[in-house]
Design a protein. Structure first.
Length: 291
C-alpha cells in the first residue's frame, strides 16, 4: 500500500540542519502555514537556528511579505537536538553540509524515524540523488529539493528525481514548491543537476579570467550583470555561496564529468587562506564583518 502524499503544502515539516540554508528552508515553510521542526546537533546550534528562523519571519512581516502575527508564526516553530522528534513528520528536508558520509548518516537517521508514510528530500546542490537513494531502505520516498541561497529571495527550487523516486512523489513535490510561492525546475539526477553544473562552469571560467589578468573581478561580474542580465555576477555569487562549497562541488564535477571542471589554482589558494567569501569577510570581494 502506497503512503498518502500531502498535496499543496505538507502540514508537518522537518528540517535537519539550521544553518543559513536550513533556516531559510524552515522559514519558507513556516510563513506558508506549516508546523516546522528544526533539528540541530546541540543546544547552542539549535538556539542559533531558532534565532535565524524567527529573525527571518519577523523581517517578512515587517516588509509586508507575510500577513501574519509573529507570535502565531513562532508558535509553529520547534527546535530540537533529538532525531526522534522527526517521528510523524510528513516531509523532512535534509540540509547538512555537502559531505557524502555526513549526508548518508543524516538521511538514514531520518528514515529510521519516519516510517513508511514519511518523505525525505535532500537539499544537496551536487551529490548524486541516485547514490544517496541507494543508501536508503525506501528510495521511492526520496528525492532532491535544491533550494537556492538566500531562500526567502529566491523563486527557484530544483526538483531532482532519482531513478526510483515514485511518480506520485515527483508530482506532489511540484505542488509543494508551488505552495511555497516558488517555481519548480524538474531534472533527472545527473552530476551537478542543471543549476550547479551551469553556475559552476561560468564561475570557474570567471575565476580563470581573474587568474590570467583578463579583467578585475568587478568588471567580469559587471559584464554578466549588464550584458546578460544576471542579477548577480558569478564571482559575487561564489562569495555568497562560499568558496569552500564551490571548491567541493567543482572537485566532485571534475571527478564525474572531467577536467573541464578542474578548480583553478586561485580558488584553491583562497580556500587555503580562509578567504571563503561573505561568511569570512573576504573572497573575490570584501564583505562587511556583520550583515
Amino acid at each position: 500500500m502506497k503512503p498518502d502524499l500531502p498535496t499543496g503544502l505538507p502540514h508537518l515539516v522537518g528540517v535537519l540542519g539550521g544553518g543559513r540554508m536550513g533556516a531559510g528552508i524552515a522559514h519558507a515553510f513556516l510563513i506558508k502555514g506549516a508546523d516546522v521542526l528544526v533539528v540541530e546537533r546541540d543546544d547552542v546550534s539549535a538556539e542559533g537556528a531558532r534565532e535565524r528562523v524567527e529573525s527571518a519571519a519577523l523581517k517578512s512581516i515587517e516588509r509586508g511579505a507575510v500577513d501574519a502575527n509573529f507570535d502565531e508564526l513562532a508558535s509553529r516553530l520547534t527546535v530540537s537536538t533529538d532525531y526522534d522528534a522527526f517521528t510523524g513528520r510528513q516531509l523532512v528536508v535534509e540540509a547538512v553540509p555537502e559531505d557524502w558520509d555526513l549526508k548518508v548518516t543524516a538521511l538514514r537517521g531520518i528514515e529510521e524515524r519516519l516510517g513508511e508514510d514519511g518523505f525525505i528530500a535532500s537539499n544537496t546542490s551536487s551529490l548524486s540523488v541516485n547514490g544517496l537513494a541507494r543508501e536508503l531502505k525506501r528510495p521511492e520516498n526520496f528525492l532532491g529539493l535544491h533550494f537556492f541561497n538566500p531562500v526567502p529571495a529566491s523563486t527557484l527550487i530544483e526538483v531532482v528525481l532519482g531513478e526510483r523516486t515514485s511518480p506520485e512523489l515527483a508530482a506532489a513535490a511540484k505542488t509543494w514548491v508551488e505552495a511555497l510561492g516558488k517555481t519548480a525546475v524538474v531534472v533527472n539526477d545527473a552530476p551537478g543537476f542543471a543549476s550547479s553544473r551551469l553556475g559552476v562552469a561560468i564561475a570557474l571560467e570567471a575565476m580563470r579570467m581573474v587568474e590570467e589578468g583578463v579583467a578585475s573581478a568587478e568588471d567580469i561580474d559587471n559584464a554578466m550583470v549588464l550584458g546578460y542580465k544576471h542579477p548577480t555576477g558569478p564571482l559575487k555569487t561564489t562569495d555568497i555561496v562560499g568558496l569552500d562549497v564551490r571548491l567541493g562541488i567543482a572537485e566532485y564535477l571534475q571527478s564525474t564529468l572531467g577536467d573541464r571542471f578542474a578548480p583553478p589554482q586561485i580558488l584553491r589558494d583562497k580556500v587555503a587562506r580562509g578567504e571563503l567569501g561573505r561568511k569570512t569577510g573576504k573572497g573575490f570581494f570584501e564583505w562587511p564583518t556583520q550583515e
